[in-house]
Each structure stands twice: as structure tokens, then as C-alpha cells.
Design a protein around this ligand. Structure first.
Ligand SMILES: Nc1ncnc2c1ncn2[C@@H]1O[C@H](COP(=O)(O)OP(=O)(O)OP(=O)(O)O)[C@@H](O)[C@H]1O
Length: 666
């Protein structure tokens, strides 16, 4: 900081008359202002003249509305909070002194004001009050505006003000800087009528600004600790290249090889001299990322449902690829990285595999989104295999279809005697079993609300209590969750806790439906035929073109699982070496009508009950016999579904199919 030279720092009330003459000369352009005018003030007057500020102005502009002022205070929440106790002191200590203290933001708008009550009243006459911007451009030379213009402590007295209406005042101001990078956050000012002039008021604003900066330092340290703690579970040593950014977009921690990988992706970010990436600030424009930085590498770090920083997980550098070339999903890592079981030729699905492969390398929780049977569990296993702890256990648990009590004991385990019917020796819960590996919570949206805080506590504290036990056990696992629901909507509807949502949805991968990638159907048919032919010790039959056409026209509400079941059932029916249309299951027999939508209208002439029975039959088949899910898809209560099954004479048939399926492939 370049401080104004000693003799120039303070105003000299004895020079008032000379300064006034200098002002008049300055305005009518008649010669040099003279020695009485400090160069700091002359510089400010020149800026005022360049900006056509009206020297006859009587007051500052009108204040903004109360609601606008409120939102300005919210936007500068940290500054306002850090200054609050100091402003409260000013209320007491400036009383009866004829002076007031003001806190202003970087646009010179006063956020709060305290001090001598009578002076507060007088100040209102010139609009020296909350909600008014006191920039040089709007109000001419004044301590607040000039301090912000020059970034130094400034004292402006009486005639030194540029506008006539405020020449009865005297003021001192100092900028408040961010303790880490010195960015100017606001200004503190002490003002009074001219007769209250005092050299010490400059010292008062400087020490006040320092006190506010010390409080900001304490707050910054606390926030950093919280951020580091919240990011800890996502941190892996190993081969990851991870950089943690704070809420202002500054990199604050990186692992060993991050700098090398940053260089490989063409990033102009030197971690030894951290520079801010404005798009990563919480209030930044996330669409304005630097060209080298891809959005899928970023994950928010969340604490109690609130984003407090950002994690950058860099991809391992690929030799031979142009540094900033857009990613080509066609080279998505499949076989090499644990996703070999995912058969696809679809760009969207390959992009999902690629993203999952990148996320696999950190410990960041992943939420898999997609309809039933699209391959969410397959993805979860792929992420687990490709992760640094792929040698650890992979523990899946479906949160749907279990009673609350059963789900609680499956998740948390229990000790012997915890409840009537508890096993001898107790039970190790899935969370504990996943220690050192991955916990896959399928259908997380079905988890009862009252169990959610318990899971959240485990995720936040890394500790678990078995039911009936009051000593915590340490756990260390990676969470992958999956849902076919819109979890945001579930949060909005009060069925899913927001804090848990932010914890599990740190990053997400959406898996496209099978009907959105019909090109994959022949590939998958071939894959499943080969698989089941081997399992049933048979030769692989050929498939008629007509069969493939029907398969391509079907809606596949049960996605790949449904296709897999259809292929197996056709193989079992087929006693020759070719599969023809007569071997298609009933729901696929006549696909003359486009059945892409499971609820698509059926042929005219069918009566309503037939249509409904047909729809129910198809939906149950599509959900693999899961009546809870079928009822949900049909948007009817499960009890209504049972009743309808009985009414349409489908009950026996469906139950038989369920029994067969339970013993079948999954
Ligand atoms: N792209 C794919 N290639 C090969 N097999 C797949 C693919 N996608 C899914 N599958 C197979 O389809 C079946 C269903 O997949 P998976 O169980 O992963 O689905 P899901 O989305 O978890 O279903 P749900 O939501 O009902 O639990 C599995 O047998 C899986 O191996």
C-alpha cells in the first residue's frame, strides 16, 4: 500500500479559506489551485470533473428501498457480521461526540450507520444515511468515495469536498481488505460537522478497519477448517489429482500430483501462487469456466445442506490428445476401468460411463439416476471396481421394499438382545460391512424420513452406532446411491431431507433409458443370447429380423432387465436354431401400435377394462413383478392394484410369475 506522504495525510482546517479559493479557481479554470490544496484532493477533483460531477450538488442521491438495502446487506453478510460488534460499540462511544460511523460496501453504498443521535439526524439532510451510495462519481470528493478510489486512508475536510452541499462536513475513511488476498471489501468512515474536525479520527478509522479485518481473519480460518473437514471424506491419496477451492474460488489444498495434471490439461493455474477462479466462487457465474476446466470435473462440497466450496477431480492425462480438445465419448473407458459389463454403442451412455470412470477415482459420493433396470447397480459396481478401494467390499442394499425396522437393522446392524427377535451375537449392518469399500444404496428415495438423519450422521461423522449400542464404531466407505425418482422434487415435497440430499447428490450420473437408445437393442440381444446359451449349455440361435424389429418398437419400461428376461425366455422356448416372432412374450407379440410409452393408447375397439388389464399386465412384467413399483408407475395405491388383479382374474397368473421370477435371474 502506498500511503499518502506525511504532510499530505491530514486536512488542515486553517487552510479552509485557501482551499475554497482553490476550488473556485479549479472550477472556472483560472490557474493552478495553489499549495493549500493537497495532491490527494486535487486528484479527486480532477476525477470529479472528468465524470461531470455537479459541483453545486446539495446532497447525495436518495436511498435505495428498504428491501434493496436488505438484499445488499445479505450480499455482504460476512462484512456486516464482522463489523456488527464494532458498529455496536460506535453507538455507545460516539454518542455525544457529534460524529457518526458508517460502513459502506465496495460501491460506496452505506450498509449501516451508528453514533451521535443528533448528528445522525443532520446527516440525513445530505443523505448521509444507509442505502445511499457515496461514490466520487455521484457525490464528488468525500472520504468514503475517495478512500475507495485510492485504496488508502483518507481525510476530507470542509472545503476539500467537491460538492457545495457537503462542504460543512468533515470525514475520515479507510478501506477494509480481505485478510487473505487484500481484495477491498468495503469502507469504514467517521463523519461529523466541520467543527468536530480531529486528526485522531483518521487513526480511529484505521484501527476500526484493522479490527474488522481481524474478525474476518478469524472467520476465514474457521471456514477453511470446516471446508477441509467437509472435504476430507472425498479425499484420496493414491493416484487422484484433486484440488479443493474455497467459497471465493481460491485453491486451498491440492494433492501431490495435481500440479502436473493441471499442466497436462493446459491449466494456467500455479498452485504455489494461488489465483482465484471467479467462476468457482459461490456467487460466481458457473457458466464462465476457464477453457481448460470442464464442468464434469467439479463437485460441490456441502455441509449441512449448504455449499461451502468446490472440489476439482482432474482426469488422468491421456497421451496424444490435444490439451483442450472436447472429450470424445467414443473413447469412454469401459473394459479397462471396470465397466466391461456395460454393453453399449450409444453416445449418451458412453458419456455416462466416462463420467462415472472419472468420479470413480475420488471418494466423492455419486448419485445414479435412471429408471428401473437401466443398469444403475451395474454402474455402481463399475465405479467400485475402478476406484482406488476396488479391492474392498462392495455392499449393495435396496432401501425399497423393506419395512422401516428391517431396513434400520440391515443398515446399522444391532447388538444381541437389542429387540425381541434379534439374532444371537447381533448383526453387522451393511454400513459396517462396507468399511474400506463401497456402500451402494439402491432406491435411496424410498428411505423413511425418520431413518434419514441417522444415515446423515454416519456420513458426516464417519461413525456408526449399532442398534442397542451406545459406543460408536468408526466407518470409512464410499457411498453410491441410486434412485429412479426426482430427488429434488422429493425434497420439495418434504419426503426427502435436503441435508441428506446434498450429502448423497454431491455428483450425479444420469443413465439413459433403453427406449432412448434403440441402437443398443441388437447388441444387447446378442450379448444376452451368448450369456444364456452358455449358462443353459446350448448353441447360440439366430434371431429373425422381424423379432428385432418388434423389440426395437417396444417401449421397454423395464429397460435392460426386461430385455434380458425377454431374451432368456425366448431362448428357453426356442427348440431349434432360430428365434422367430412366435416366441415373443405376449406383451411384445403385437407391437403394431407404438408402445414406446408404456401408457400408450391401445387399439380402438378394445373395451376400457381390457385396456386397463393389459396395461396392468405389461407394467407388472416391466417392473419384474414388483407390485409396489408397478402400483407407483400406474399411479394407483397398492391395495387398488391387488383389487384390480382380482377383478380382472390376473391375481393367480401374476403371483405365479412372481414366484418363478424370485427363483430366476437377478
Ligand atoms: N448396458 C448394459 N449392458 C449389459 N447389461 C446391462 C446393461 N445395463 C443393465 N444391464 C443388466 O440389466 C440388469 C439390470 O441392471 P441393474 O440391476 O444394474 O439395473 P438397476 O437400474 O439397478 O435396476 P433397479 O433400479 O430396478 O434396481 C442387470 O442384469 C444388468 O447386468
Amino acid at each position: 500500500m502506498t500511503w499518502t506522504s506525511e504532510g499530505q495525510r491530514f486536512s488542515e482546517p486553517g487552510n479552509d479559506a485557501a482551499v475554497m479559493t482553490a476550488w473556485e479557481r479549479f472550477l472556472d479554470g483560472s490557474g493552478r489551485p495553489g499549495d493549500a490544496l493537497r495532491s490527494l484532493v486535487e486528484g479527486s477533483w480532477r476525477r470529479c470533473r472528468d465524470h461531470n460531477v455537479d459541483p453545486d450538488k446539495r446532497s447525495a442521491p436518495q436511498p435505495v428501498t428498504d428491501s434493496r438495502l436488505e438484499s445488499l446487506r445479505n450480499a455482504h453478510d460476512e462484512l456486516v457480521r464482522a463489523s456488527a460488534p464494532i458498529m455496536a460499540c460506535a453507538r455507545d462511544f460516539l454518542a455525544e461526540t457529534g460524529t457518526v460511523m458508517a460502513l459502506a460496501d465496495t460501491r460506496c453504498t452505506i450498509l449501516s450507520m451508528e453514533g451521535d443521535t443528533r448528528t445522525l439526524g443532520a446527516a440525513e439532510n445530505i443523505h448521509l444515511m444507509p442505502g445511499v451510495p457515496w461514490s466520487e462519481r455521484l457525490c464528488g470528493t468525500n472520504a468514503i468515495g475517495t478512500a475507495l478510489a485510492v485504496g488508502e486512508p483518507v481525510q476530507i475536510h470542509s472545503a476539500e469536498h467537491y460538492c457545495a452541499g457537503i462542504k460543512r462536513w468533515t470525514c475520515s475513511a479507510m478501506v477494509i481488505r480481505h485478510p487473505i488476498d487484500g481484495e477491498i471489501l468495503g469502507v469504514v468512515d467517521v463523519s461529523g460537522l466541520s467543527e468536530t474536525y480531529n486528526r485522531q479520527s483518521l487513526a480511529l478509522v484505521v484501527t476500526t478497519a484493522n479490527r474488522i479485518e481481524s474478525r474476518l481473519t478469524m472467520r476465514e480460518t474457521e471456514l477453511r477448517l470446516r471446508l477441509l473437514e467437509a472435504a476430507l471424506p472425498y479425499w484420496t491419496s493414491g493416484t487422484d489429482s484433486v484440488v479443493l477451492f474455497d467459497r471465493r474460488g481460491y485453491p486451498i489444498k491440492a494433492n501431490g500430483n495435481a500440479q502436473a495434471v493441471l499442466a497436462a490439461v493446459g491449466a494456467d493455474l500455479d498452485l504455489t501462487q494461488p489465483r482465484r477462479i471467479p467462476a468457482l466462487a459461490l456467487d460466481g457465474d458457473a457458466t464462465r469456466l476457464p477453457p481448460w476446466l470442464r464442468p464434469e470435473w467439479l463437485s460441490p462440497v456441502v455441509e449441512h445442506g449448504e455449499r461451502i466450496g468446490t472440489l476439482l477431480v482432474l482426469p488422468l492425462p491421456t497421451l496424444g490428445r490435444s490439451r483442450t480438445a472436447p472429450a470424445d465419448e467414443d473413447d469412454a473407458p469401459t473394459a479397462s476401468t471396470g465397466f466391461a459389463n456395460i454393453i453399449t454403442d450409444n453416445r449418451g451412455l458412453k458419456a455416462a460411463v466416462k463420467k462415472a470412470g472419472q468420479l470413480a477415482r475420488s471418494r466423492v459420493p455419486v448419485l445414479l439416476l435412471g429408471e428401473t433396470g437401466v443398469g444403475k447397480e451395474e454402474f455402481a459396481q463399475g465405479i467400485h471396481r475402478a476406484s482406488p478401494f476396488g479391492d474392498g467390499p462392495f455392499v449393495p442394499l435396496n432401501c425399497g421394499g423393506l419395512s422401516r425396522e428391517l431396513l434400520a437393522s440391515e443398515l446399522f446392524g444391532y447388538v444381541e438382545g437389542a429387540f425381541t427377535g434379534a439374532r444371537r451375537g447381533g448383526l453387522v449392518g451393511k454400513i459396517e460391512a462396507a468399511n474400506g469399500g463401497t456402500l451402494f444404496l439402491d432406491e435411496i428415495g424410498e428411505m423413511p424420513m425418520d431413518l434419514q438423519p441417522h444415515l446423515l450422521r454416519v456420513l458426516e461423522q464417519g461413525e456408526i452406532y449399532r442398534l442397542g449400542e451406545n459406543v460408536p464404531r468408526k466407518t470409512n466407505f464410499r457411498l453410491i446411491a441410486a434412485t429412479h425418482r426426482d430427488l429434488r422434487q422429493e425434497v420439495a415435497d418434504g419426503r426427502f431431507r435436503m441435508d441428506l440430499y446434498y450429502r448423497v447428490a454431491v455428483t450425479s450420473v444420469r443413465i439413459p433409458t433403453l427406449r432412448d437408445r434403440p441402437g443398443d437393442i441388437p447388441l444387447l440381444v446378442r450379448h444376452f443370447l451368448a450369456h444364456f446359451a452358455e449358462r443353459h449349455e446350448r448353441a447360440v440361435p439366430t434371431v429373425d429380423e422381424a423379432v428385432l424389429t418388434r423389440l426395437a418398437r417396444y417401449g421397454w419400461p423395464g429397460n435392460v432387465r426386461e430385455l434380458r428376461n425377454v431374451v432368456e425366455s425366448m431362448l428357453l422356448i426356442c427348440d431349434g436354431d432360430r428365434i422367430g416372432p412366435d416366441m415373443l412374450p405376449p406383451e411384445l407379440e403385437d407391437t403394431a401400435v407404438d408402445t414406446r410409452d408404456p401408457a400408450a393408447p391401445t387399439q380402438i375397439g378394445q373395451c376400457v377394462s381390457e385396456v386397463e388389464a393389459d396395461l396392468i399386465r405389461r407394467t407388472i412384467a416391466a417392473t419384474g413383478g414388483n407390485l409396489t413399483r408397478a402400483a407407483r408407475q400406474l399411479a394407483i395405491a397398492k391395495s387398488t392394484l391387488y383389487q384390480k388383479l382380482k377383478d380382472y382374474g390376473l391375481y393367480e397368473e401374476v403371483m405365479q410369475q412372481r414366484i418363478q421370477r424370485l427363483g430366476g435371474a437377478r
